[in-house]
Ligand binder design. Structure first.
Ligand SMILES: [Zn+2]
Length: 500
């Protein structure tokens, strides 16, 4: 039978029990006009007959060549995805009323298509629903993973991965192809990592998405980062830090030159803070240039440079070029090597206000890190204004949090034995995670005269920490302890944050 004739075939996958077992034996139950037929591939006849011999089907058997069978098989996958898709939409309708205005047709289809639009519609809808759900759940990343027998989608919500859906690996391959198409990646390339970018329009809002694809043993792994939108940029006050930190920060930002560093592990909200700092100082009289990796969101108020190692555009070379563009304020995504550190310090000394991040856990450790990168202490002393170390702590859902009566925790965080602690439970309000939203905690280390004096001697982390405390720095652990005492977060979250 040829492809043309196949157009008249209707599939019956859901009317036949064990259809997935049948599928493994290259058997597809189909319908031509009103007649049910069994379609099998000429290439796998023996496997198919072996399967069919176990049943007493009275249907006519038709034989398909490789291409026709493949085509019918893909059609079957699409119907299956379409059903799963409508199940998801059904769930959405059941779950909330406010989604009434949502329709998949609102999504903008980006890029040309590998499959004809008619045939791939279910996959497009499914990929769009992945983005829609991610936005609804306030996810920052979408992860697609291939395992031995199945594939799954997880969302990163409030810094933690949450399972979204499990799918057949064949369908997920089609989903990944679709993602490659909209990100302008090579769909036939499955052996090397690929990075791309795409924009998706959801209900009138355009989302920028960074796509990373990595081949793994069981198939390709996809991570999609939903980048910040300019309207999502919070003011320094809105970041959620205690007012003694924001007030001090605002004072620091009045300097016309010098360096302000934000530190913390990955996912601690450093880049959000950097952008808030930039927004605090933005003005028409200032020339602001950034070097980022990636450019987190597109701004109309300043120039942004995307790091591109392939063409030799690194943080260091980008920064060097910026300096020839007469900037007032520079934002540098990260200082991670000697060369970048040295140019950053030099530019802060020569009349520029520079914001950047460093990978240290505590604020005072930024000094020793810079020294380790080969920056002279006297240069640090005359360029560094302040260091903010920060973390994002998940807040317990107030609708379902319950008392935590385990006693070991009190000792761990040096809490009074009478302190009432709470733990997460999970309810509809919080998507069954037990947490809603995150709060920023931070320690702001100001480089005052005393610290500058100390920088003339041999420097070590412990003394720096001690001096910082003496000059009034309220440390991260104090704030975390307070959150526990107020019942704002759980012991397990405090442990995850890693301070004691
Ligand atoms: Zn809850």
């Amino acid at each position: 039978m040829n492809i043309q004739e196949l157009h008249n075939i209707n599939l019956l996958p859901y009317e036949v029990e064990n259809y997935s077992t049948a599928l493994k034996s290259y058997v597809l139950f189909s319908q031509i006009d009103d007649k049910v037929v069994i379609a099998i591939s000429k290439d796998y006849m023996s496997v198919s007959f072996d399967y069919l011999s176990k049943f007493e089907y009275k249907y006519e058997v038709i034989f398909l060549d490789e291409i026709s069978y493949e085509r019918l098989y893909n059609k079957f996958l699409e119907i299956k995805t379409d059903k799963e898709m409508s199940d998801i939409q059904q769930e959405q309708e059941d779950a909330t009323v406010e989604d009434e205005d949502f329709s998949v047709s609102e999504f903008l289809k980006v890029g040309s298509d590998i499959l004809t639009s008619e045939e791939s519609a279910p996959i497009i809808k499914f990929v769009n629903s992945l983005f829609y759900q991610a936005i609804k759940k306030k996810a920052s990343d979408i992860h697609i993973e291939m395992h031995e027998f199945k594939a799954e989608v997880r969302y990163r919500v409030d810094g933690v991965l949450v399972k979204h859906i499990e799918l057949d690996k064949n369908i997920m391959s089609l989903v990944i192809s679709r993602i490659k198409v909209i990100s302008n990646l090579d769909i036939s390339e499955k052996r090397i990592p690929q990075d791309g970018r795409t924009a998706i329009k959801i209900a009138g809002k355009t989302l920028d998405i960074r796509v990373s694809i990595l081949p793994t043993f069981y198939g390709e792994r996809v991570v999609m980062r939903i980048l910040m939108q300019s309207e999502d940029i919070l003011s320094v006050k809105e970041l959620g830090f205690p007012s003694y930190i924001t007030d001090e920060l605002e004072k620091v930002l009045r300097n016309s030159y010098g360096m302000v560093l934000v530190t913390g592990p990955t996912g601690s909200g450093k880049s959000t803070t950097l952008h808030s700092l930039l927004h605090q100082v933005v003005s028409e009289e200032k020339n602001i240039i950034t070097v980022e990796d990636p450019v987190e969101y597109k701004s109309n108020e300043f120039s942004q440079i995307q790091v591109n190692a392939k063409v030799g555009l690194t943080f260091a070379s980008g920064l060097r070029s910026i300096l020839r563009q007469d900037p007032d304020i520079i934002m540098l995504g990260e200082i991670r090597d000697k060369e970048t550190a040295s140019i950053a310090v030099q530019s802060a000394l020569t009349g520029h206000l520079l914001f950047s991040t460093l990978h240290t856990n505590r604020a005072p450790a930024a000094i020793t890190r810079l020294i380790d990168m080969g920056v002279e202490k006297f240069l640090i002393s005359s360029s560094l204004l302040a260091v903010l170390a920060q973390r994002l702590v998940r807040k317990l859902c107030s609708s379902c949090k319950c008392e935590d009566d385990s006693n070991a925790s009190h000792q761990l965080f040096k809490l009074s034995p009478n302190t009432k602690l709470f733990k997460p439970k999970g309810c509809k309000e919080c998507n069954f995670t037990g947490y809603i939203g995150r709060i920023a905690i931070g320690e702001l280390f100001i480089i005052d005269d005393e610290i500058k004096e100390y920088l003339k001697t041999d420097v070590d982390d412990n003394t720096l920490m001690k001096l910082a405390h003496e000059s009034g720095m309220i440390s991260l652990d104090v704030q975390l302890k307070q959150m526990l005492e107020n019942g704002d977060t759980s012991v397990s979250e405090a442990v995850r944050i890693g301070l004691k």
